[in-house]
Design a protein. Structure first.
Length: 487
């Protein structure tokens, strides 16, 4: 029986978040606790984490030369959530302002290899029993930042089973081969059948090669990543390992995301009182300087502003959206050119297009609670969370038919509408024209209430919590452990 699992990640909600990874890593411990598994998380000692965990116990002083930094491993409980966190407190590596991955200019921190190799190495030390009071049976790493974990585990704690989860295969953490020695990697494994990736060190590749079991965050993405179109060079390896590779759709935290008692909304509501959303819509229209008009369908976007997320397609379609009598409210950050283009669109269409360039958790809730629909026209999407929040909030998702978007949103075609199972709208094709057609379909459905309300309330009654996923992870942990015992 699996009782103890160590989760290793570079971000964790509510302490440090740049995207969906943090939401998942922050929610898993609670979900696993519900089925009798104690999950602790190992995270970097960023300022935000050290400040939030006030009472910490020192577990170990790591040797002075720990990846060129003085480091200490501490254990603390996060009061608000009860999460148990191992913190790699290494000021040289993590005590810096701003983004976990990027400097003030938006470039990768030049020592990211060292920072996240150190995190991965510390995970293996915990796997070996560094904390005398608690030892994991499973070490579960997330994304490239924890990609070297299974390899270090093989070296340091061969008895622990390892699981590796891909949250986005587009970020692979590839570094020059000269770093093999400083990163304490075994030179003999620098090979095709190892962590070598086109002559360099592939940290995500290492995770995929050495972990006992692999997962990603939706069944469709698990299939897609085995193809050249989506696998970004790792499709062959994933296809070879397909027996060990599963797709598990993320849950959402249904307490944090609950329109019935979300105190940042002007009006709370549930599937039976959708009319109350009007108050939230008006508040949003004010906030985003849009015309206060209940009859204009209000689309929102909560997103990184990148091509992955289809933001170029949105920009191409923005005049069309404004001319169709709809409105768009956007919050996001990303590429400077996208940010500027969205700001420019607001001046072209005053009262119809509103945007906030920034990152704000409260506004993201308010957008879900007051907009009529959320646009997620991603080119690829491992799972996607904003469409799940949309379902929960009656903010109808308009999505590309890829990855987790395809797995979680049922298109409102005639048959689905008739059967009452539709929960959103799929783009017919992932391009600007496909987006415009999907927007038009949404506008016309919106205008044909009560169909729209049926779609909204169907989404709101979907089971979106972590229950199902937690059981699937448990199964993966058991299987990883069993595989380890056999070999
Ligand atoms: P990804 O991790 O690829 O960025 P996801 O949909 O999986 O995409 O997760 C994005 C998460 O980040 C969601 O919780 C979403 O609400 C949040 N988010 C994205 N951009 C913003 C923003 N500008 N302000 C607030 N929350 C945001």
């Amino acid at each position: 029986m699996i009782k103890n699992v160590l989760s290793v990640a570079s971000e964790i909600f509510p302490l440090v978040k740049t995207g969906g990874l943090a939401d998942v890593v922050g929610a898993l411990p609670g979900a696993m606790a519900g089925i009798g598994i104690e999950m602790r998380s190992l995270v970097p000692g960023y300022p935000a984490i050290l400040q939030a965990i006030r009472s910490k116990k020192e577990i170990a002083e790591l040797d002075r030369e720990f990846f060129g930094a003085k480091a200490q491993l501490a254990l603390g409980e996060h009061d608000e959530t009860g999460m148990m966190l191992y913190i790699l407190d290494a000021p040289d590596l993590f005590d810096r302002p701003g983004n976990p991955y990027l400097d003030a200019e938006g470039a990768d921190w030049s020592d990211n290899h060292r920072r996240f190799a150190a995190l991965s190495y510390a995970a293996a030390l915990l796997g070996r029993g560094l904390d005398k009071g608690w030892r994991p049976q499973i070490v579960h790493g997330h994304d490239w930042q924890a990609g070297l974990t299974p390899l270090y585990c093989r070296e340091l704690c061969p008895a622990a089973a390892t699981v590796f989860t891909i949250h986005n295969i587009a970020f692979q953490g590839v570094f020059p081969a000269e770093l093999i020695e400083p990163l304490r990697l075994p030179p003999s494994d620098f090979a095709l059948m190892g962590y070598e990736y086109h002559g360099q060190i592939g940290t995500m590749k290492a995770g995929l090669f050495y972990a006992d079991k692999l997962t990603t965050v939706s069944p469709t993405y698990a299939r897609e990543t085995q193809t050249p179109e989506f696998g970004m060079g790792l499709e062959g390896l994933l296809h070879t390992r397909r027996q060990d590779f599963a797709g598990i759709v993320n849950g959402i935290d249904t307490d944090i995301w609950n329109p019935a008692n979300d105190d940042v909304l002007s009006a709370t509501y549930d599937a039976k009182s959708l009319g109350k959303r009007a108050v939230n819509k008006t508040a949003l229209q004010r906030r985003f300087a849009l015309q206060e008009d209940q009859n204009s369908p209000l689309f929102c976007i909560v997103s990184r502003l990148t091509e992955q997320k289809g933001m170029d397609m949105v920009l191409d379609s923005i005049d069309h959206i404004a001319q169709s009598g709809a409105q768009l409210a956007l919050i996001g950050t990303g590429a400077r050119a996208f940010e500027e283009a969205f700001i420019q669109a607001t001046t072209r269409h005053p009262g119809k297009i509103g945007c906030i360039i920034g990152y704000d958790e409260v506004i993201s809730h308010q957008l879900q609670g007051g907009s009529d629909a959320i646009l997620v026209p991603s080119r690829f999407e491992p799972c996607g969370l904003t469409q799940l929040y949309g379902l929960r909030y009656g903010c109808v998702p308009v999505v590309s038919r890829v990855g987790g978007l395809a797995d979680t949103v049922i298109d409102a075609n005639d048959a689905a509408l008739e059967d009452g199972v539709a929960t959103g709208i799929h783009l017919g094709s992932i391009d600007s024209q496909g987006l415009r057609q999907a927007v038009d379909r949404a506008v016309s459905l919106y205008r044909s209430n009560p169909k729209w309300q049926t779609i909204q309330s169907r989404g709101m009654t979907r089971e979106l919590g972590w229950g199902k996923a937690a059981k699937r992870y448990q199964g993966i942990y058991e299987a990883a452990f069993a595989a380890k015992s056999i070999t």
